[in-house]
Structure formats: C-alpha cells, structure tokens
Design a protein around this ligand. Sequence first.
Ligand SMILES: Nc1ncnc2c1ncn2[C@@H]1O[C@H](COP(=O)(O)OP(=O)(O)OP(=O)(O)O)[C@@H](O)[C@H]1O
Ligand SMILES: [Mg+2]
Length: 267
Amino acid sequence: MRRDEGLSLSIRGLSYALRDRSRTMRQILDNVDLSVREGEFVSVVGPSGCGKSTLLNFISHLLPVQQGELEVLGAPVQAFNTKVGYVFQQHALLPWRTVIENTELGLEVKGEGREERRARCREVLAQMGLAGFEDHYPSEISGGMRQRVSLARTLVAEPEFILMDEPFGALDAQTKVLIQEIFLKYWEQHRRSVLFVTHDLGEAIALSDRVVVMSARPGRIIADHVIDLPRPRNGERLRSNPRFIEYHDLLWSALRDEAANAMQVAQ
Ligand SMILES: Nc1ncnc2c1ncn2[C@@H]1O[C@H](COP(=O)(O)OP(=O)(O)OP(=O)(O)O)[C@@H](O)[C@H]1O
Ligand SMILES: [Mg+2]
C-alpha cells in the first residue's frame, strides 16, 4: 500500500550539510518540503548554487538522505530506480558510443531486443531533429545536439518520473524554443511526472503546472505557485498572454532578492 497515494514525489524536512575543503560545515539544503503529483509538471527555480542539482541527486539516489523523508513513486528511496529518468545538467554521454548507442542505453539495461530498441531510438532521435546523426560520436556533434541526445536517451526509456536539470540551458535561443515545443508536445501526450530545474522563468511558466522558488543557499522553498494556464500550450504564443506576464512578475519578485543574496554569499 502506498503511503502517499497519487504522489510521484514526497519530500519532508530534507536537510543536507557537508564539510567543504577547508573543513567548514556548509548547510546546502534547509528543511525542504516538496511534492509532485502523478502526471504533474513542476519546475524549480532558484539562484545559482542554492542546491537545485543537489536536490535532484537526492531524488535519484546519487546522494543518501542525511535528514528528512524522501519517497519516490510511493516508496522510500533505497536504490537506483529504473522508472526514474534523469537528464543531467551536463549531458553525460559516453564518448565511445555513437549517438544511437548512447540513446539505447536505458533500453539495453532493461533487456529490450536490439531491433526494437533501435527502431524506437531512431524515432525519438528524429523527433529531436537528429535524424542522420545516429552513427556520429558525441565529439562529432555540437553541445546542443549532445543535450538533445541526452533528452532522447531519457524519453525513449519511458520513465514514470523525469528529473531534468537545466536540460535546455546550453542550447542557443532558437533551438531552445524548438526543443521546448517538442518536449511540451511529448509531455502533453504522455503526462509523465516531471521535476524540472531551470534558470529561465519564462521556460518554467510555459511548461509547468506549478513553479517553486528556492532561496539562496541554504536552499529552502520560499514560494510555490500554480500556473493556471490552459493546455495544450504554445510556448511562443503564451509569452504575450497577460497572465503569463503576471506570473513572470510574481516569480521574479520572489527570486530577485535571493539572486542578489546568492551573489553576496559567493563573494
Ligand atoms: N562536493 C562538494 N563540496 C563542497 N560544496 C559542494 C559540493 N557539491 C556541491 N557543493 C555546494 O553545494 C551548493 C549547491 O550546489 P548545486 O550544484 O546543487 O547548486 P545549483 O542550485 O544546482 O546551482 P546551479 O544553478 O549553478 O547549477 C553550492 O553552493 C556548491 O558550492
Ligand atoms: Mg545545478
């Protein structure tokens, strides 16, 4: 029996401190409470260094919980979960594998037959605008293309819950808009649970059902706003919607002081 029926993610009181190189204890996360319902798209925005990637690393079991409770897909996180997909902040492709070989990694681990997994990978790569690059190595394609391969690799494995860490941050402005549209369409068709980290408030509003704002380090949740805009959405058209602009102002006012604080903390 699930403790949190209908929740893909439930975090209560998650705190994290580490000893840095000068042996000083640094508080990274402070009493974070966060949940994501099944099929919900939630974005996390917050200043650089506030602990967003760290939070995703806890959810994906790359870091063991020190303090607090964390349940993913209805169970405490005890091991790496193949139902959870993770698009890292850096693309993390294997340099010795071609584009298609990187893309099929998750399906290979699941034991899917070669022909079937290749066909599915080709389809998703084509959706990402990468048809014709299947046999290239990561070093032979651009940074933005590598990021798209990374996205394809995650989506093709059909995870129930997708963690995404600034997946479009390295893309040029035009490619970014196109890939956001592709991803939005994919999401509106499949409705997977998503926790999406971004610096881009416009991107967060365009994609999400909810946007949460984190404070400067130590990261806490300081705002949580439902984005009540109709779907299906067209990201470009949405940006001229007056409600989009209101949400942008609301989130920016929550974030502005934190961004300034983060710069002081870093100095
Ligand atoms: N191994 C480590 N040793 C010391 N400090 C660390 C270590 N890993 C992370 N940190 C610190 O933890 C904090 C949070 O890092 P994290 O990468 O989660 O931030 P972030 O919000 O993802 O930032 P960005 O938006 O720049 O990606 C930072 O202040 C960072 O300096
Ligand atoms: Mg990060």
